[in-house]
Design a protein around this ligand. Structure first.
Ligand SMILES: Cc1ncc(COP(=O)(O)O)c(C=O)c1O
Length: 396
């Protein structure tokens, strides 16, 4: 809490910013570890694997070759071309370098896109619960973030009737994220077709956050951009953090109609100037090099998913839908407590397991916690044992 005298100095807009509590919980977990406590980290969404060797080598070689200077704000042309080819192939669309912008992570890319699109008073429809950056950015910009609940009964897919009802004269953008953080839900072809139909009928843009497109377990990835008439009204967001275990490198990208790309580039120009040059060169190696590491990581996530979801469902009071993608479990804990924040706090402080309260992702996360299974099977088993042993002591 800030003293009123300090608060007066800050811009009023600061009060409208949200934030990602995963970073706060991680800081608290690390503090406990410094005090000698053991903590299993299931709070943050980052693969525990090392970045593949050939990607690291490409970065060091690029550095040695002099890629240590400013580069264009929209990204190095060769990377933009590589991304355009990659998306054209994997999303079954036709894109060129001019459609692509590169930024220091998917998150700042999302901020720059929303900054380029939203006027004060505009409405942005998004799923609740959701990755917190969308609503935080919209709120900061003075736009309204309009939540549409994800339904556990639909394996955490959108309530499409509620979505239809929320569209109004001020609606400008629908944000979708499939596979989804924090629930692991995946939209089906018919969900996407219905959203596409609504977007076209009401002349809306769709931001499709596809950062977990490589983390799918039971189906092939389908982008809404590939549906008829959608490429010209879809902005695809993706990045390297999750698929290539490159969270700390800070590299993401998006593809969109050229005029929007030019406006988003202006925001990149005004904020970061450009994205680290040798990191972009490593991005080219990631997209063009061998894919084995990505496939291997996904196979490991699949095994971990079985262990974690099976283990959670064996704990009395917890029930967890099998996530179809990403690397998160979103168990329902309402039989244990109505207060997911207290439970997450208890699990960290008393059981040494760092998780996040579902409400860190929006009001509809009430009654759930999120656990990331981007951790070893050994650690997941340890976390399950600790949760199972500690829960009888929890006073909900
Ligand atoms: C849904 C979603 N989109 C975007 C991002 C941004 O990732 P990064 O900024 O590391 O590229 C994340 C990270 O957790 C995410 O979960």
């Amino acid at each position: 809490m800030l003293a009123p005298s300090v608060e007066r100095r800050l811009a009023g807009t600061v009060g409208r910013l949200g934030g990602e509590s995963a970073f706060e919980v991680m800081a608290r977990a690390k503090e406990l570890e410094r005090k000698g406590r053991s903590v299993v980290h299931l709070e943050i969404g980052e693969p525990d694997f090392d970045t593949p060797e050939h990607i690291k080598r490409a970065a060091t070689e690029a550095m040695e070759r002099g890629w240590t200077h400013y580069v264009p704000s929209a990204g190095i042309h060769e990377l933009r071309e590589t991304v355009a080819r990659h998306l054209s192939r994997t999303r079954n669309v036709s894109l060129s370098a001019e459609n692509v912008i590169v930024g220091p992570g998917g998150k700042p890319v999302i901020w720059c896109i929303l900054s380029a699109l939203l006027n004060p008073g505009d409405e942005m429809i998004y799923a609740d619960p959701a990755y917190p950056a969308y609503a935080s950015a919209a709120g900061y910009l003075g736009a309204s973030a309009v939540p549409v609940p994800l339904l556990e009964s639909r394996d955490f897919r959108l309530d499409l009737d509620a979505l239809t009802a929320k569209i109004g004269p001020r609606t400008k953008v629908i944000v979708i994220n499939s596979p989804h953080n924090p629930t692991g839900g995946v939209l089906t072809r018919s969900d996407l077709e219905r959203i596409a139909e609504l977007a076209q009928r009401h002349d809306l843009l769709v931001i499709s956050d596809e950062i977990y497109s490589r983390n799918l377990y039971d189906s092939e990835f389908l982008s809404i951009a590939s549906l008829p008439g959608m490429l010209e009204r879809t902005i695809i967001v993706d990045g390297f953090s999750k698929a290539y275990a490159m969270t700390g490198w800070r590299l993401g990208y998006a593809a969109m109609p050229k005029e929007i790309a030019r406006a988003v580039t202006l925001f990149l120009n005004n904020t970061v100037s450009c994205t680290t040059a040798f990191v972009q060169m490593a991005g080219i190696a990631a997209l063009t090099g061998p894919d084995d590491a990505v496939i291997h990581m996904n196979e490991e996530f699949r095994k971990r998913r079985e262990v974690l979801i099976g283990g959670l469902n064996a704990i009395p009071g917890i029930s967890c839908v099998m996530p179809q993608g990403a690397f998160y479990a979103f168990p329902n804990i309402t039989q244990i407590t109505p207060d997911e924040k207290r439970l997450a706090h208890f699990l960290l402080e008393e059981a040494g397991v760092a998780t996040l309260a579902g409400t860190a992702f929006g009001a509809a996360g009430a009654g759930y916690i999120r656990l990331s299974y981007a951790n070893s099977i050994e650690n997941l088993k340890l976390a399950l044992t600790r949760i199972g042993e500690a829960l009888p002591k929890f006073k909900g």
